[in-house]
Every structure is written in structure tokens, then in C-alpha cells.
Design a protein around this ligand. Structure first.
Ligand code: PLP
Length: 357
């Protein structure tokens, strides 16, 4: 095993999931979002964790992610929420993987197929301007669905554009458009079991009994804006070399760091190809023995240098924390470089070993 390891703490997963159930999921069905390798946490392991948690679906982005779960004998139902070609739709139907209709052309394609039951969720675009039917298309869609009994509309959903902002007028408008659409479909279609809109921030900020299902992702991984959550992933590495610098010595590509005094730096085997953002160069911190150590010079593809002048007893093999649930979180790092925690955890590459503990 290499020196750089992403530890996935089951204890924290349990805590976050219990908080979700206790505080936000009363009388709600759950679509647990495990796309993008469960935001870097390991889709198979997270799906295994969710096995006995009474979830309705695992939510993935595309057919390949669904097939990976199937290959690993996930018994949970799977919902593909994103891109799917017509060919892939046929494969999904054959494998009993449910998918999302997000464009009218898919309805036209499916309407021509005879004698197969098509279980699907429909997505309504209420303002994100991404995937989903518009309000103007739903009358025709409802008409086709009710005239062709192959269509089994299991769910209907939308996605919020700014659910992280409390009391957003835009989100309220999205909710209102969505409710109108649901009511319209319900007039002619009786198979709808799942009505959903909220991702994690929607769950926290826009609780509404009209939705009987929630779609948490980030919340489960402990990175949503809710104070009792515990980040699940900790990224650690080890010192592989220590060197002394004299005043005037430079570090790394482009010589963007010049030592102003005698100092000690440590080299760690983690770079932007592992998912440590290059924009942390000369800016971010890693932690050694609980102390902040500034990144000096540019983050390289495989290596990064940090200032350890004030760290006593540091040696080759000493542990270095990039982020965890104590020193700094993935959210802290994200804020420093004007991005979001999703970007940090999803960016931890395949090269980093995941250890589920
Ligand atoms: C359609 C959809 N639903 C739910 C989620 C989960 O979002 P979050 O991780 O913010 O809970 C996502 C994630 O991007 C999504 O695309």
C-alpha cells in the first residue's frame, strides 16, 4: 500500500445517516446518491453500507455506474439520474435498472417499443435549465403515458438551482412549478410512488411534505452545512524526504517560493494527479502532529513540499493530514480556493488507496 490513503470512516457514515433519519427523513423515502464513486468514497462500499438501511434507490449518473453496482451484486434498486442514450435505455430496461426521462425525444423513442414495461422517473426542469421536460411539454407527455400502458411512471422529480440559499424566492418558484406539474400528471397517472426535489441542502432548507422522497448525497458524506455532521473521508500521507534550506533557496517548478531564512521542508507523495488541487500552491496547509504546515512552492503532479521548520521530531514516515474531521475539512480547503467540497472529494484520484475502516 502506498503512503497516501483516503480513510473512509464507517463510524462517521453511521452518525450522518442516523442524523438524516432522525432529523430530516421522517415519513420520507430515500434515494441515496452514490454517483461519481460515491463522491470518491467508494460506490461499492457505500452501497454495502446502505444495504440494510431501507433505502428505495441508489442514485447514479449513468449506465456505467449502474452496471458497476450490479456487477458487485448490489440488490438495491438503482435509478440513473443523468445521461442515457436510447441504446442504453434498452439495456437498462432489460436489467431492470430504472432511469430518468429528461427529454421529449426519449418519450417518442419509447412510445414505439411494444410489449415491454418501462419503469422510469421523469425529470421536470423548473429553472435549472439543465435536464428535464419543461412545463409546456408535460400535457403531451401525460397523454402519451396514459395511452400506452407500457409506460410505468414510478417517480417525478426536479432539481434546485440554489437550495443552499435559505428562503430563496427562486427556489420557492421552482417548488411551485414542480407542484403544478405533479398535480397535472396525477390527474391521469396512478403509478407515481416517488415525488422528489431535494438534494442535501434542499433537505436542510426546503423541507416540504409534498415531497415524499429525498435525494441526499453530500449529507451522507458529512460535508453539508449542518453542524452535527462528521466528514467521512480523511486524506493522509507520509513524509518521504526532509531537507534543510538556506536563505535564497527555491522550491519546486517556476521557483515561486524562495526561502527567506534557514528552514526545514518535508516532501510528501501527493500531488495534483492524486487530487490535491494545484491552486493550493504557496497557499494551502497540510497538518503534521496537529500543527499547520504551509505548502511551499507549486504542488507538482505527484509531490508536494511543506514547511516543517517548527515541527519537532519530524522524520521520514511521519503522518501528514490533508483533511479529516478535526484539523481541516475538505470544506475548509474548498473555501480557500473558491470551490465546493464536492470538487475536493470527487477529485481524489484512483491512485489513492481507499481504506474503509
Ligand atoms: C439530480 C441530483 N439529485 C441529488 C443530488 C445530490 O446532491 P447533494 O450531494 O448536494 O445532496 C445530485 C448531486 O449532484 C443530483 O445531481
Amino acid at each position: 500500500m502506498g503512503a497516501s490513503i483516503a480513510y473512509i470512516k464507517t463510524k462517521n457514515l453511521e452518525k450522518n445517516y442516523s442524523l438524516l433519519l432522525d432529523k430530516y427523513a421522517e415519513n420520507k423515502k430515500i434515494i441515496a446518491i452514490v454517483k461519481a464513486n460515491a463522491y470518491g468514497h467508494g460506490a461499492i462500499e457505500i452501497s454495502n453500507f446502505l444495504k440494510n438501511k431501507n433505502i428505495s434507490y441508489l442514485g447514479v449518473a449513468n449506465l456505467d455506474e449502474a452496471l458497476e453496482l450490479k456487477k458487485n451484486r448490489s440488490n438495491s434498486k438503482i435509478l440513473i439520474m443523468g445521461s442515457i442514450t436510447n441504446e442504453e435505455i434498452l439495456k437498462a430496461i432489460e436489467l431492470k435498472i430504472e432511469f430518468t426521462i429528461y427529454d421529449f425525444s426519449q418519450i417518442k423513442f419509447l412510445d414505439k417499443i411494444r410489449n415491454i414495461k418501462i419503469n422510469f422517473h421523469i425529470k421536470i426542469d423548473t429553472g435549472m435549465n439543465r435536464l428535464g421536460l419543461t412545463k409546456n411539454e408535460i400535457a403531451e407527455a401525460a397523454n402519451i403515458f396514459s395511452n400506452n400502458k407500457n409506460f410505468v411512471m414510478k417517480g417525478i422529480y426536479t432539481h434546485f438551482a440554489e437550495a443552499d440559499r435559505k428562503k430563496s424566492a427562486f427556489t420557492k418558484k421552482q417548488i411551485s412549478i414542480f407542484k403544478d406539474c405533479v398535480r397535472y400528471f396525477k390527474k391521469s397517472i396512478t403509478t407515481i410512488e416517488f415525488i422528489h426535489a431535494s438534494n442535501s441542502s434542499g433537505i436542510i432548507n426546503y423541507e416540504d411534505d409534498f415531497f415524499n422522497t429525498i435525494r441526499p448525497g453530500l449529507f451522507i458524506y458529512g460535508l453539508s452545512n449542518e453542524k452535527n455532521l462528521k466528514p467521512v473521508m480523511s486524506l493522509m500521507t507520509k513524509v518521504i524526504k526532509i531537507r534543510e534550506l538556506n536563505r535564497g533557496d527555491s522550491v519546486s517548478y517556476g521557483r515561486t517560493f524562495i526561502a527567506k531564512r534557514k528552514m526545514k521542508i518535508a516532501v510528501v507523495p501527493l500531488g495534483y494527479a492524486d487530487g490535491l488541487p494545484r491552486s493550493l500552491s504557496n497557499k494551502g496547509y497540510l497538518f503534521c502532529k496537529g500543527s499547520k504546515c504551509k505548502i511551499v512552492g507549486r504542488v507538482c503532479m505527484d509531490l508536494t513540499m511543506i514547511d516543517v521548520t517548527n515541527i519537532k521530531n519530524i522524520r521520514i514516515g511521519s503522518n501528514i493530514t490533508i483533511f479529516d474531521d478535526k484539523n481541516q475539512t475538505a470544506t475548509d480547503i474548498a473555501k480557500m480556493i473558491q470551490t465546493i467540497p464536492y470538487d475536493i472529494v470527487c477529485g481524489i484520484s484512483k491512485r489513492v488507496t481507499r481504506l474503509h475502516i
